[in-house]
Design a protein around this ligand. Structure first.
Ligand SMILES: [Zn+2]
Length: 206
């Protein structure tokens, strides 16, 4: 299920669950009964959101399920709007744990193979806090479009007042990128997340 993705990083999982207000125990990285209980509650709420907003292709599903509950809802509503408009979009990435982000950061650096794909170390990407997703748009034949006017169209149709689009960013324009609007800086978000504080914007208000 969803959180099997974080099963090898229990500390990261516990931070997410605490940010959601579902886990009140220590951030100790140990999978105990309270972690288990919180995971079950999280999954139950994820399933409720699926029931209300619909299910998508398996790749999108895999990525959506790595998001906070609030982001899951927004991502599903967003993808639903695109689908309805006939845009063949999928969510091709969601949350990366700090360890996964660091691995990505090392790519193309320090003698490692591949191209440099990110300037963010673990804890410095919006994708490290369960609020962000990237889309890929595909042709009818299934070919991946890395760029183009379809991405602008997707934003026009997809975003709501609760979603921020990377295409509107000033420094690095990132058109495939979307995230839940939280009205706090990433440094503050990191601080809350790492210290196991509930994060208001994570709560599913509906
Ligand atoms: Zn992104």
């Amino acid at each position: 299920m969803s959180l099997s993705l974080f099963a090898d990083d229990v500390l990261f999982l516990q931070r997410l669950l605490r940010a959601e207000g579902l886990y009140l125990d220590d951030l100790d990285g140990d999978w105990g009964p309270n972690t288990e209980k919180a995971v079950m509650e999280f999954e139950e709420r994820s399933n409720q959101i699926i029931n209300e907003t619909g299910k998508f292709d398996s790749r999108s599903e895999r990525n959506i399920q790595t998001l906070s509950l609030k982001a899951q809802r927004e991502a599903r509503l967003f993808l639903g709007r695109l689908t309805e408009a006939g845009i063949n979009a999928r969510i091709i990435s969601g949350t990366r744990t700090y360890a996964e982000q660091n691995k990505l950061f090392r790519q193309g650096r320090f003698g490692n193979p591949g191209n440099i794909v990110t300037n963010a170390r673990g804890g410095f990407s919006n994708h490290n806090f369960c609020i962000a997703w990237d889309i890929g748009i595909f042709t009818e034949q299934g070919g991946y479009l890395s760029d183009g006017p379809q991405y602008d169209k997707a934003a026009r149709i997809g975003i709501s007042e609760r979603i921020e689009w990377g295409g509107n960013w000033k420094k690095i324009v990132d058109k495939p990128h979307y995230q839940v609007k939280l009205n706090i800086a990433i440094s503050e978000l990191r601080n809350l997340f790492e210290n196991g504080r509930p994060i208001a914007g994570f709560k599913d208000e509906s």
